[in-house]
Design a protein around this ligand. Structure first.
Ligand SMILES: [Zn+2]
Ligand SMILES: [Zn+2]
Length: 265
């Protein structure tokens, strides 16, 4: 059985010097490819180096995460076009988007920071318009605002994935209607995540992808422990049960989807 971890953060392992071990455990668990996702300029080159030393196993994206949008965001954005030209080539742009969960309590300060997130998101969408880059969208408490901004940007919705989808079907519907997709993490295995399981069932199978978003959000039965790419198999196992499919078929299907979405060679 072969799986793809379509969204992970190997940088957190690399910074502790154990990315090699995590990659080896993943490959042993049947995870043939991993996409390690960029959040800020500091991690782009670490991800690129991991991809360079693991061809055919590790791919990476570059982008500015909403919670990494600080006073220096314009400089970070200015460095993006060059990073998109690096060798080996990134396979996508992101993660980018809007995050209301980590805003400060003071309403004026929160509004100022959210507006800055919108500016950085809009700038990345502008960069993506007219290109074929797959776009990794991060949304916490902001699906409608993200949908509106993507609509305004004119990017092709078939390039769009809302990663770590943690909302219900009513918020998935506008994404699917437009040709976009959601991908699912270990959250789908959590007891209180019934609405996420409802979304999983609505997601057309030909757009379904799994991800760990490691090192966070370890799936049951590893919940509460540090997450790692090998655990994408627990997500697949759990979802196969929910969707009434064999694990083998679901693995084959989601692997094909992730490879097609990111055009993994
Ligand atoms: Zn994210
Ligand atoms: Zn992420």
């Amino acid at each position: 059985m072969y799986l793809v971890d379509s969204h992970t953060h190997l940088v957190s392992f690399a910074r502790r010097g154990n990315a090699g071990d995590a990659i080896m455990r993943a490959v042993e668990a049947g995870v043939e490819r991993m996409v390690t996702v960029g959040t800020e300029p500091d991690d782009w080159s670490i991800n690129r180096d991991l991809a360079a030393s693991h061809p055919g196993v590790i791919d990476y994206t570059v982008g500015l995460h909403p919670t990494s949008v600080d006073d220096q965001w314009e400089a970070a954005l200015a460095a993006l076009p060059e990073a998109l030209d690096w060798e080996p080539r990134p396979v996508g742009l992101g993660e980018m988007g809007l995050d209301r969960f980590h805003l400060p309590g003071d309403p004026d300060e929160a509004a100022r920071i959210f507006a800055r997130q919108e500016n950085a998101f809009r700038a990345q969408l502008d960069l993506a318009r007219g290109t074929a880059w797959p776009l990794v969208i991060h949304s916490r408490g902001a699906v409608e605002a993200c949908v509106e901004m993507i609509d305004e940007s004119g990017v092709d919705w078939t390039q769009v994935v809302f990663h770590c989808f943690s909302d219900g079907p009513e918020l998935l519907a506008p994404i699917l209607e437009r040709g976009g997709r959601a991908s699912f993490t270990g959250i789908v295995t959590y007891k209180n995540a019934e609405k996420v399981r409802e979304s999983l069932k609505r997601q057309p199978l030909d757009r379904l992808m799994f991800e760990t978003d490691a090192p966070y959000l370890a799936p049951v039965p590893k919940r509460g422990k540090p997450n790692e790419p090998a655990y994408v198999r627990y997500i697949a196992e759990f979802c196969a049960e929910i969707l009434g499919m064999s694990e083998e078929n679901l693995a084959t299907l989601t692997t094909k989807n992730a490879k097609a979405f990111y055009d993994l060679k």
